[in-house]
Every structure is written in structure tokens, then in C-alpha cells.
Ligand binder design. Structure first.
Ligand code: ADP
Length: 295
């Protein structure tokens, strides 16, 4: 961390936590894909988490804070306390959060997580699908706004958006374009009834939750919006990590409708397309496999 960033962080911490608070030691953190991160020790015994972004994707950290606050308001799953966010004089945005000392996962944790995620989906409600502001999935823009039907929201703002981004990024050969167009048409038939608009984390992979000192889940780095709740599982099932105890516990708390596995595969395609757009062609075969299956 350079001296300018350190001075800016010190000022923000004092504004938020009191003028006597000093940063003392700094430790490196690994695991993030987009931002740089550090753990900061303070003279009051409280540890903080700092992340910043030199490429300065405009609004990324503000949108993260809005997502964390939306989840916090449901009082269902813990999120780190937001100490504050600001921009250095050189224009580098940064965010300071409470540091969560994490444990390893366990079967009991997964049961608790499944139950609490169902509560998040049940309590976090809106009248329409979407979110007030566009936000980000990784560093890709995630368009939002409000839609009366999930069918239309998903088609325009999620699947259709990533398909056209992939074309712009040069993946849209004839086969890809044909399968994508067909899938958008078939989507109406595949979808069936949708759940009411439920607040979802939106990017729930194993790097975006922690186990706190009580063995309870803490959600990080959300890409929240009000969705058909099945969309949450597109990401949880993409790289694995959570076991049967998690899914069984969710189902016990609030069962998913018949046919959910097929729809979840298409929600997974959204995240695969985003990975294709962010990280490149190695994700193309997995995208095409799902597009072929459902188009
Ligand atoms: P990025 O936005 O670059 O993906 P993250 O916000 O996901 O970065 O943070 C990277 C890693 O740092 C996470 O995978 C997690 O392990 C850890 N982390 C993030 N926030 C906290 C926090 N408040 N307390 C403790 N560890 C955290």
C-alpha cells in the first residue's frame, strides 16, 4: 500500500471510528479476483479489511456497499460492517470493512447456511424484479432497473445481455449466435411459473462467503438483485463447494418447484457466459454444451 492510499485510509477510519484510531500493522490477503486487498490492524484491537481498485471501475465499490446494506436490512445473514469508502487524491477507490476471522466449513455450517439463505430469499422482497442501480458481476456491468415479469427481466438484462456481450467480444460465430437466439425464444417455455421477486446474493461462490466465529455464514461481495430465487443456485452450483447438507437444508426450509435443476442449469449459463466474457475462450465449450441442450 503506498503512502497516499495509507493516509486516505487513515483519514476515513478516523472519520468513521474516532480520531484516536490509528492503523498499526498491515497483512497481505489472497483470494480476490478483481481488487487488491489487505488486513489492517488498529491500535484499538479491531482488525479491518481494505480493498481497492487501481483500474478504478467506476461505481464498483459503491454498488458493493449497496448490496451489503440490502442484505443487512433483512437481518437474516451477517455481512461485514461497512466502515466506509472513499477515493484517494489520485482517484483510486477503496472500501474498508470489518475484518471477519473465518473458520473452515462444516456440515453444521452448511445446514445453518441453507436455512439462512432461504430466510434471506423469503424476507428480502420487492414488488418487481431487478434493482434500483446497475451493479457488477465480477467486473462486468450487471444491468438492472425494474421489470414486472421475471421472464422478461432475465431475457433482457441477464441472458440476452451476456450473449450480446459475447458476440461483441468475438465469440459470436454462426453456431453460437444461432443457439443463443434459439435459447432466448425457448426460454419462455422452459421457465414456467416464477417465484416472487426475492433478494439474492447473485454471485455466491466459495470466495464470497465466510464462516464466522459462531459457525454462521457471512456474505461478501454481492451482486444483489430481486430475482426468481432459483437464479441464486446458478452460481452456487458452478464451481461446487457447498455440499448436500446445504441444499437439503434450503429445500427443507423452502422447497424449490419441480424442474428446478433444468432452470438452474440455464442460470449457470449466465455465469459461464460472464466467465467467457471476463476470462476467455476456455469457458466456451461449457457455454455451448448448455446452449445446445436447451435450444
Ligand atoms: P474481490 O472483489 O477482488 O473478489 P473480495 O471482496 O471477494 O475481493 O475479497 C477477497 C477475499 O478476501 C475473499 O475471498 C475473502 O476470503 C476475503 N475477505 C473479503 N472480505 C473480507 C472481510 N470483511 N473479512 C475477512 N476476509 C474477507
Amino acid at each position: 500500500m503506498d503512502a497516499i492510499l495509507r493516509a486516505s485510509v487513515q483519514r476515513l477510519v478516523q472519520r468513521s471510528m474516532g480520531s484516536a484510531v490509528q492503523l498499526t500493522q498491515i497483512h497481505h490477503v489472497s483470494g480476490g479476483c478483481i481488487n487488491e486487498a489487505l488486513i489492517l490492524e488498529t491500535n484499538i484491537g479491531r482488525s479491518l479489511f481494505l480493498k481497492w481498485n487501481r483500474r478504478s471501475v467506476k461505481g464498483l465499490l459503491e454498488r458493493e456497499v449497496e448490496g451489503l446494506e440490502a442484505i443487512r436490512r433483512t437481518e437474516t445473514i451477517r455481512v461485514p460492517e461497512v466502515i466506509g469508502h472513499d477515493v484517494t487524491p489520485q482517484g483510486v477507490p477503496f472500501l474498508v470493512l470489518e475484518w471477519i476471522a473465518s473458520q473452515s466449513t462444516s456440515r453444521d455450517f452448511e445446514i445453518e447456511f441453507g436455512r439462512r439463505l432461504a430466510s434471506l430469499h423469503r424476507v428480502g422482497r420487492a414488488d418487481q424484479y431487478g434493482f434500483a442501480q446497475q451493479n457488477f458481476i465480477g467486473s462486468t456491468v450487471q444491468p438492472n432497473g425494474w421489470h414486472a415479469t421475471w421472464r422478461e427481466f432475465w431475457k433482457a438484462k441477464r441472458l440476452g445481455f451476456q450473449l450480446s456481450l459475447a458476440r461483441k467480444n468475438g465469440y459470436g460465430d454462426q453456431t453460437f449466435s444461432r443457439l443463443g437466439d434459439r435459447l432466448l425464444v425457448r426460454w419462455d417455455r422452459i421457465l414456467g411459473d416464477s417465484s416472487p421477486p426475492c433478494l439474492i446474493h447473485g454471485d455466491l461462490w466459495s470466495g464470497n462467503y465466510l464462516v464466522d466465529e459462531k459457525g454462521c455464514p457471512v456474505l461478501l461481495d454481492p451482486a444483489t438483485y430481486y430475482a426468481d430465487r432459483e437464479a441464486e443456485f446458478g452460481m452456487t452450483t458452478l464451481f461446487g463447494g457447498l455440499g448436500n447438507a446445504f441444499y437439503d437444508s434450503y429445500q427443507e426450509a423452502w422447497p424449490l418447484a419441480a424442474g428446478a435443476d433444468e432452470r438452474i442449469e440455464i442460470y449457470r449459463l449466465y455465469h459461464l457466459l460472464n466467465h467467457l466474457n471476463l476470462f476467455g475462450i476456455t469457458y466456451l465449450p461449457d457455454c455451448l454444451k448448455i446452449m445446445r441442450k436447451y435450444s
